[in-house]
Design a protein around this ligand. Structure first.
Ligand code: 5GP
Length: 190
């Protein structure tokens, strides 16, 4: 998506440790017109896939997941990071390693909302090593739902999470794929 690349070049800030800051349009302030365009592009890519639910992780995936779900006309569901009691077995749960914080956390989603009959599209803002997506894939598998694929706003290919998942047969579509970010210079895969 050419507009995403342009947005990254004009608004993105390369931080130490391979982190891209996009707080001005995606991660803190949200450019709502552009959010709608992102939702439309994701819906275009997955229109024929019979998606019944869009799944993301709180908090930064929620806006883009909602935009995509709105365009596809299906519910959006987000996995929660806060520990929810599972004494009654009412949630699916898995561990995720956070790339940005360097810690592990538990994500949970209610069994009431993720169903064996669902065809699930995963959406997130960033794809780096792939831990967040793998957490969502684990939840989808626990539910016995069908994984349709993933749609990501910004993939950092130099961390290889996306290509590893593609090699495993997962459909991964990214609106922009950053090949390298060395010395503040951003290069895209086209
Ligand atoms: P992964 O689990 O694929 O290693 O990393 C993806 C998650 O980490 C995303 O949910 C995103 O919130 C966060 N993340 C990874 N890299 C970046 C980055 O460069 N910038 C920002 N803002 N978030 C990132």
């Amino acid at each position: 998506m050419r507009e995403m690349e342009e947005m990254i070049l004009s608004e993105g800030e390369v931080l130490p440790g391979g982190i891209l800051k996009v707080g001005s349009f995606l991660n803190q302030q949200i450019d709502t017109g552009f959010l709608r365009d992102m939702g439309r592009e994701i819906a275009r890519l997955y229109r024929e896939s019979g998606v019944t639910k869009v799944l993301t992780i709180e908090a930064s995936g929620i806006a883009i997941a909602a935009a995509a779900a709105m365009e596809l006309g299906v519910p959006m569901l987000f996995a929660k990071k806060h520990k929810t009691s599972n004494v009654d077995g009412s949630v699916y749960s898995t561990e995720v390693h956070s790339f940005t914080h360097g810690t592990d956390y538990t994500v949970v989603v209610s069994r009431d909302y993720l169903l064996p009959t669902d065809r699930v599209l995963l959406v997130d803002d960033f794809l780096a090593n792939g831990a967040a997506l793998r957490g969502l894939i684990a939840l989808t598998r626990q539910a016995g739902a069908v994984l349709v694929g993933a749609a990501i706003a910004i993939e950092k290919a130099f961390q290889h999470g996306g290509d590893t998942l593609r090699d495993e047969g997962v459909r991964v579509e990214s609106l922009a794929v950053i090949e390298s970010m060395e010395n503040g210079m951003i290069a895209f895969r086209r």
